[in-house]
Design a protein around this ligand. Structure first.
Ligand code: ASP
Length: 586
């Protein structure tokens, strides 16, 4: 037996007992007469002591130990003289009788404790060492716990967990596919699923009725902090349901997770149409932990001599409470922030509503206090507040103002990590126009159903057609999304046509789905949650990397395994591939 107890288990009640522990040496403190060793495993740390009464052999063995050696010790549990209330095992220590090294260790490249000295890249390279740190491990423990809660909850609602294949035909979800060459079918490729979308719909045709899977999805996209080329979804589909049934079921799941993991219920989720989200927050994933909503002041601000406003399609203001004292420097910095390429605003107008009731603006040349007061009233501003105003083409200006609203919330500390405000955004547009390709794209995916009352507009004004599509947003983060599906092969064919597929192309790429719809497809709808994001939000982290055991870095590399990598010529030959690197971009 390697151990009788774990390193997190022994308490004062165990004093006097014989014990065998095994674990990693966290620290050795040699105080001359006595040597203390902190022994660690995933359950905790236990202090070992080798005192002056110990045999010379034992003392010598202790002296040989280095950090991260794996050892087994036998000894007696005893009460500590100086207790450590910060450790669960802090009342006791082990008087060591025997120590054996199971595996020595090189000096680790960084210290394995919560406040480590290791930089990001180094910790990624030695991820298995990083995972020994409690702070990192705890995130994965939370992940495991949440996966079990999800499984139990969905199981209790009769969902069937079904695995779908990883080697499939391309499923367009708006990203690039990762592809795998087929040895047995020269010149042909599998794609890794961007999601099991079509497969789960086929399970509905198969009569499975309620499907779920905690499943890896693959998207070859440019990476950001909250993106990984492979990520995990809680993927679900239900038959004989309407949008409301899906929302209620997954609101139930989310609230259950909050109760089980966080110990509170966030209450019923708000629901907001996409159009309202854009009108009030300039975002399809509004953070509603704070207000600062948009006020359209176009009518109020036009008609004076300010040409910028007069020629604008839209003029919008937000009210930053208590910010009238912002200095010139702060306002210039905000203007610069808004002019950055990523945001692209042309300028920023402000009105300071002084505590004394005075109104001063950056456009005083064109507007007097009476005009400015009207704007302030429209925004519900009070003395001491600051109005920030943008103008221009409506859709673009909304998005820019959305970015400014978030920046102000950061400056004003309005984003409390311990507050959770879940929100369903519903009624997304079915299509969005892509300037680059001059084509309609499915905003969610091509299998999403238009709202029945909007179907007539498909031929006349496709851009106005709304979809039965929804997103779950928590604190400005998109946690999940889904839709009611098209289940009629005729409507599906029409949709592919709108998206620019010829009937032949649609048949080649999606024939299997359209055929399946000919054999009795039930009405169905579904959703997928980004599991990594959900866990990282519950853990209070900013990046999903921290909740993934072996994540990739921001160029999509696994720096620990050093993947991707080249493969041997024989392997390429077998695959009938010849690799020609056109240009190596670094
Ligand atoms: N397949 C979709 C996605 O990955 C989710 C869904 O529509 O169920 O976003």
């Amino acid at each position: 037996m390697y151990r009788t107890h774990t390193c997190g288990e022994l308490r004062i009640e165990n004093a006097g007992q014989q014990t065998t522990l095994a674990g990693w040496v966290q620290r050795v403190r040699n105080l001359g007469a006595m040597t203390f060793i902190d022994l660690r495993d995933r359950y905790g740390i236990t202090q070992l002591v080798i005192d002056d009464k110990a045999s010379a052999e034992l003392k010598a063995a202790a002296n040989e130990l280095g950090r991260e050696f794996v050892v087994q010790v036998k000894g007696t549990v005893r009460e500590r003289e100086s207790k450590n209330s910060k450790m669960t095992t802090g009342d006791i220590e082990i008087q060591v009788a025997e120590i054996s090294v199971l595996s020595p260790s090189d000096v680790p490249p960084f210290t394995i404790q919560n406040d480590t000295d290791g930089g990001d890249e180094l910790r990624m390279k030695y991820r298995y060492l990083d995972l020994r740190r409690e702070a990192v491990r705890e995130n994965l423990v939370l992940r495991s716990k949440m996966a079990i809660i999800v499984r139990n909850y969905l199981d209790s609602l009769n969902f069937i967990e079904t695995e779908t294949p990883v080697l499939i035909k391309s499923t367009p979800e708006g990203a690039r596919d990762f592809v795998v060459p087929s040895r047995m079918n020269p010149g042909e490729f599998y794609a890794l699923p961007q999601s099991p979308q079509q497969l789960k719909q086929l399970l509905m045709v198969a009569g499975f009725d309620r499907y779920y899977q905690i499943v890896k999805c693959f998207r070859d996209e440019d990476l950001r902090a909250d993106r990984q080329p492979e990520f995990t979804q809680i993927d679900c589909e239900m038959a004989f349901v309407e949008q409301n049934d899906v929302l209620n079921t997954f609101e139930g799941l989310t609230r259950h997770l909050f109760r089980e993991v966080k110990g509170f219920d966030p209450g019923e989720f708000h629901r907001m149409p996409f159009a309202e989200a854009m009108e009030k927050y300039g975002s399809d994933k509004p953070d509603i932990r704070f207000g600062m909503t948009f006020n359209d002041i176009t009518a109020l601000a036009q008609g004076k001599d300010f040409p910028v406003f007069n020629s604008a399609e839209y003029i919008v203001a937000i009210c930053a409470e208590g910010c009238a004292e912002y200095t010139r420097k702060q306002l210039d910095a905000l203007t610069e922030y808004m002019k950055r390429q990523q945001i692209g605003a042309k300028g920023l107008v402000y009105v300071k509503y002084g505590a004394d009731g005075s109104l001063k603006s950056s456009v005083d040349k064109f507007y007097d206090e009476t005009d400015l007061k009207k704007w302030a009233d429209a925004c519900g501003a009070k003395p001491g507040d600051l109005l920030l105003i943008l103008s221009g083409e409506k859709a673009k200006t909304q998005i820019q103002m959305g970015a400014l609203r978030l920046e102000m919330a950061r400056q004003l500390n309005l984003m409390d990590k311990n507050v959770f405000c879940p929100l369903w955004v519903v009624d997304f547009p079915l299509l969005e126009w892509d300037e680059d390709t001059s084509r309609w794209h499915a905003m969610h995916h091509p299998f999403t159903s238009p709202k029945p009352e909007d179907i007539a507009m498909l031929d006349t004004e496709p851009g106005k057609v709304r979809a039965n599509a929804y997103d779950l947003v928590i604190n400005g983060v998109e946690i999940g999304g889904g839709s009611v599906r098209i289940f009629d092969s005729g409507l599906q064919a029409k949709m592919f046509g709108l998206l620019g597929f010829t009937p032949e192309q649609a048949q080649y790429q999606f024939g299997f789905l359209m055929n399946a719809f000919k054999y009795g497809a039930p009405p169905h709808a579904g959703i997928a949650f980004g599991f990594d994001r959900l866990v990282s939000m519950f853990a209070g982290l900013d990046s999903i990397r921290d909740v993934i055991a072996f994540p990739k870095n921001n160029t999509g590399r696994d720096v620990m395994m050093d993947a991707p990598s080249t493969i041997a010529n024989e392997q390429l030959d077998e695959l009938n591939l010849k690799v020609e690197i056109k240009e190596v971009k670094k």
